[in-house]
Design a protein around this ligand. Structure first.
Ligand code: MF3
Ligand code: CO
Length: 290
């Protein structure tokens, strides 16, 4: 492969000369790689144009969750939530990313109480006072992906569940605080699991977040077990999700054989999850969807 020259156009597509664009960036990455760190491939670094399109997709994702927040209540079925999501998404000219994704049959994931994630909406599932439910929305606009999820407390929920929901949100916030250009993914992971464990909870190990933007699930895989100073180097232009699943009891989980999707806690105790989508910039993390 021909080495890029300093006066060549930059690989990022900015049209600027390499020496004025990503040359210093590549030197930094090469240096870190030489020290044994895992560094992102250029394909994970989004261009300004791509970032604009991904932000447009994310705005739709946020608007859908805002609508859900206003209308969700006891008596609503998760099948109805699925129809809201499908309608708003398609009216915005977008496509629900979950629909037909590896055979997933609906437009959104709805996971209640001891369901950890990937719950399938159904007209048979009626939200009850006291439930906690995660609604996980993902959108494709002109081929650009966004993904975020929130927890909702249905009516009055037990103090134990309320606390789980609150601490899980704090875990995401603590993780976000550790996201910085030229830091490490593990800085975020450590902050997440420390906050969970300090509060007596456990982090699900097998399922994590992911890079996102040009595809639904890109590198890196984003776990919450890693240690500070380890894991992929965070370079400006990377976009990934922070979406820890926090369990009140054991971290062990299993998948429902009957539907092949829904993940449950092994001990039947509740689980909560919040998901944000984050862009790494030199000035700090920018939350694109929440
Ligand atoms: N939104 C989930 C995530 O955060 C993915 C769901 S895949 C589906 O990665 F098929 F279950 F929708
Ligand atoms: Co996700």
């Amino acid at each position: 492969m021909k080495q890029i020259e300093r006066n060549d156009p930059c690989w990022c597509g900015s049209g600027k000369k390499y020496k004025k664009c990503h040359e210093a960036f590549d030197h930094k990455l090469n240096h870190l790689q030489g020290q044994g760190h895992l560094v992102p491939d250029h394909s994970l670094i989004k261009t300004p144009e791509q970032i604009e399109k991904i932000k447009e997709s994310a705005r739709i994702n946020v608007a859908i969750l805002d609508y859900v927040a206003e209308h969700i209540q006891a008596g609503v079925t998760t099948g109805e939530i699925d129809r809201w999501v499908y309608k708003i998404t398609t009216e915005a000219g977008a496509v629900p990313a979950p629909l037909n994704y590896e055979g997933f049959p609906k437009s959104v994931c709805t996971s209640i109480n001891h369901q950890v994630c990937h719950g399938i909406p159904s007209d048979e599932i009626v939200l009850q006072e006291g439930d906690i439910v995660n609604v996980d929305v993902s959108t494709i606009l002109d081929g650009y992906y966004s993904d975020s999820s929130r927890m909702f407390c249905i009516g009055k929920v037990s103090p134990e569940k309320e606390r789980l929901v609150k601490i899980t949100k704090e875990c995401v916030e603590k993780g976000l605080e550790q996201v910085k250009a030229w830091g490490y993914l593990g800085d975020m992971s450590q902050a997440v699991h420390e906050h969970a464990e300090k509060n007596g909870y456990r982090v699900v190990r097998e399922i994590g977040g992911h890079g996102i933007g040009l595809e639904f699930h890109e590198d890196p895989w984003v776990g919450y077990i890693g240690k500070a100073g380890t894991g992929m180097v965070l370079a400006p232009g990377m976009i990934f999700t922070i979406e820890p699943m926090i369990n009140m009891g054991t971290s062990d989980i299993f998948v429902d054989d009957a539907d092949g999707w829904t993940i449950y806690t092994e001990d039947g105790l509740p689980s909560a999850q919040w998901e944000i989508m984050v862009l790494v910039t030199e000035q700090g993390p920018e939350v694109l969807a929440w």
